[in-house]
Ligand binder design. Sequence first.
Ligand SMILES: [Zn+2]
Ligand SMILES: [Zn+2]
Length: 237
Amino acid sequence: MRSMNFLRILFPSPFKIHRLVEVLSIFLFLLFCGLSIYKFGKFLPEFINDSPWILLAQIVVLLLISYITADFFSGFVHFLGDSFGNENTPYIGPAFIFPFRDHHVDPKGITRHDFVETNGNNCLVSLPILLYCFFAPIEAGVFPWGRTFWIFVLIGIFFTNQIHKWAHQDNPTRFIRFMQRKRWILSPEHHQVHHTRPYDTYFCITTGWLNPILHKIGFFPTIKKFVHSLLTFVRLG
Ligand SMILES: [Zn+2]
Ligand SMILES: [Zn+2]
């Protein structure tokens, strides 16, 4: 009976094929994240030598850089979703572009999304990179720092939508509010800058640490201008 309820939560009626894809993506993403960490963790004792502290410092720095990179990607993907195409764009319009546009019209909508809807698309997009990191052969005698970095980035990206959802919740838990106040995760006050017309800045939604820098250097307007001139060039060509 319980398993029936669980299935109903996973697949509420009417049945949608995209929901099945999301559930499978989350399952495979979490599975291969765990397997990757176990696989690479097994190499660590070989590299401890006589200085575990240096190794620990390397891992902490790697985690920090990965978290900042995840923040960048959260902003870049958000920028693409907000800036190009529309909900009728073939293949990606309804599933990927529509949620970005709808979020500006109904910012609280995200707080009504369940775990699958919140995290499914992220896992689907991240899965090919994660599978590559797991299956690509490892060079003997060298710790796979590059691969570990990308796995940490993907984990940061996995948490992004959840963090974004907390930034829109009226009453998040005290712990989440504490993390938001410390700016370890996106805070509602910081994110409000993006939710102000014309919605064209502060796209990063993991921590938002990169937002002031990217805003100052005009990063996203420059990319947008570049893409538009490229499209004009292709059309004229
Ligand atoms: Zn937006
Ligand atoms: Zn938002």
